[in-house]
Design a protein around this ligand. Structure first.
Ligand SMILES: Cc1cc2nc3c(=O)[nH]c(=O)nc-3n(C[C@H](O)[C@H](O)[C@H](O)COP(=O)(O)OP(=O)(O)OC[C@H]3O[C@@H](n4cnc5c(N)ncnc54)[C@H](O)[C@@H]3O)c2cc1C
Length: 473
């Protein structure tokens, strides 16, 4: 070894979780070593949230132009895919300095660019550097999970790691996987001009409320995206000229063809090559096993973000980094399982969720009230001609808020207030009492909340009270 380091904290992986942990610790004056084997910024910056959000932004612009005639404005979108790619690259480049080696070295973090592996429970080797740290944080993320479909090994295919680098717009894109990543990219490419088919073995967006998911699926179908759900892939063949995916759906065999194939069937945790066995860190196919405080079976080592197989979101990775610092540096007890996690699928209409779905609340034995309000009844949504969708709130019979799903314009922003409400244990009355600006999309949440009180206010008891009070003049 050319160098031996003994920092307080060694972070493995410079993605969403690792960067937050390293920056936080360094700002508190803790000596930190961060090891990254590839590009700083990890999945989110280079092949995940950032490029997909940038692509979605371009695609939505094209759609706005198509819809402009409804507002009395003529416009026809001309998609220059090379310029779309340049836009995506420039968004990544604009954010990259925040995640860069230079910024972290400026914060006092020693950054090592090499693959890290444990050689014993207290030592990691990266390149020719040996690191013996007081605490380690494993934040190595996840990679595309590629199912063993017959023929896939001989067929060229894309994943999120490669799709943002395709040089020409796919003429006909076949997407396998109708989760959040698959559907968002399907709609984005469709709006940019690709003809898109999506295949899924089960139910699309299976973690979300089906009633709200159906609104998204109807919108995608209306835009011309062909969806084959509940379809088993029985074979794949193709070459650079095109692909054919054979499926079996409801007992009927058929073939879905395209120029490009995108596999978006899920993620697998990056545990290979880390020497976890040597460090006494238990793991399985779902990820590194952690307790409520995100500690692994080696008490010196924590695992955060996608690699622990929890909820695979950047906001979760960021949050877990903060929880681990609290626990590791200040010895404060933390419980990652209690965190309230909102998420958004950036299709149009957007789909956002926090807390329990109606089905989960009922399965857990709650006596629920379900409150709904439609964007069609919101004046601003009407003015914007974006009136598809609704908010659906699930409360206990006594009004404690259990969950919220919003499908419609701005859902990812509107869910924030419900995340706050659920994490603070608020009752629906608090949301009903809070005025929202007019006109605003935020009014839809208040409208749903007020709905909780409507049966009581319009029932016979209310009428009797009003009648009684009338006697006093
Ligand atoms: C297409 C797509 C879109 C997404 N959109 C969203 C979204 O809109 N919102 C959202 O919240 N989430 C989104 N996600 C999920 C999000 O990207 C991940 O949840 C998040 O990046 C996880 O952060 P992480 O720190 O756990 O891992 P990562 O960000 O993946 O970072 C892990 C890092 O560890 C490095 N590494 C791995 N092994 C080693 C090793 N042995 N030694 C050193 N370094 C190593 C990797 O190179 C990588 O840089 C999206 C994901 C995809 C694929």
């Amino acid at each position: 070894m050319s160098e031996r380091l003994s920092p307080d904290l060694c972070v493995i992986g410079a993605g969403a979780g690792g960067l937050t942990a390293a920056a936080g610790a360094a700002m508190l004056g803790v000596p930190v070593v961060m090891i990254e084997k590839d590009r700083m910024g990890g999945e989110c910056l280079n092949a995940g949230c950032v490029p997909s959000s940038a692509l979605v932004a371009a695609a939505h612009r094209a759609q706005r132009a198509r819809m402009a005639a409804d507002f009395g404005i003529a416009a026809t979108p001309i998609v220059d895919f090379e310029k779309v790619r340049a836009h995506v690259r420039s968004v990544i480049a604009a954010i990259a300095p925040h995640d860069s080696r230079e910024r972290f070295e400026g914060l006092g973090v020693r950054v090592i660019n090499a693959a890290a592996r444990f050689v014993d429970p207290a030592t990691v080797v990266a390149g020719d550097v040996e690191v013996r740290a007081r605490r380690f944080i494993v934040a190595t993320g996840s990679s595309p999970d590629i199912p063993p479909f017959p023929g896939l090994g001989q067929t060229p295919f894309l994943t999120n790691d490669t799709i943002f680098a395709v040089e020409t717009l796919p003429a006909r894109l076949v997407v396998i996987g109708a989760g959040s990543v698959g559907l968002v990219l399907a709609q984005a490419f469709s709006r940019l001009g690709s003809q898109v088919s999506v295949i899924d073995a089960g139910r699309p967006l299976a973690k979300d409320d089906p009633e709200c998911v159906n609104i998204v699926l109807s919108a995608l179908a209306a835009e011309g995206i062909a969806l084959f759900d509940g379809a088993a892939v029985t074979g794949i063949r193709g070459d650079a000229a095109g692909v054919e995916v054979s499926i079996m759906r409801e007992g009927v065999a058929r073939t879905v063809g395209g120029s490009h194939l995108l596999i978006a069937t899920g993620r697998r945790p990056n545990v290979t090559g880390l020497g976890l066995d040597r460090a006494g860190i238990a793991f399985d196919a779902a990820g590194i096993k952690v307790d409520a405080g995100l500690r692994t079976t080696n008490r010196r080592v924590y695992a955060i973000g996608d690699v622990n197989g929890g909820m695979l979101f950047s906001n979760v990775a960021h949050d877990q980094a903060g929880l681990v610092l609290r626990n590791a540096l200040f010895r404060m007890p933390v419980n990652a399982a209690r965190r309230v996690v909102p998420w958004v699928t950036r299709t149009e209409p957007e789909l956002a969720h926090v807390g329990r779905t109606e089905a989960r609340a009922r399965a857990e034995g709650f006596r629920v009230r379900v409150l709904r309000a439609a964007f069609a009844d919101n004046d601003l949504a009407r003015a914007e001609r974006a009136s598809e969708g609704r908010i659906k709130i699930v409360t206990t019979s006594r009004g404690k808020i259990l969950g919220a799903t919003i499908v419609g314009p701005g859902a990812g922003e509107l869910i924030g207030v419900w995340s706050l409400a659920i994490s603070r244990g608020l009752r629906i009355g608090a949301l009903a009492a809070a005025l929202m600006p007019y006109p605003s999309l935020a009014e839809i949440g208040r409208k749903a909340a007020v709905g909780y009180f409507v049966p009581g206010l319009t029932g016979p008891l209310a009428r009797r009270v009003i009648g009684f009070l009338r006697r006093f003049g």
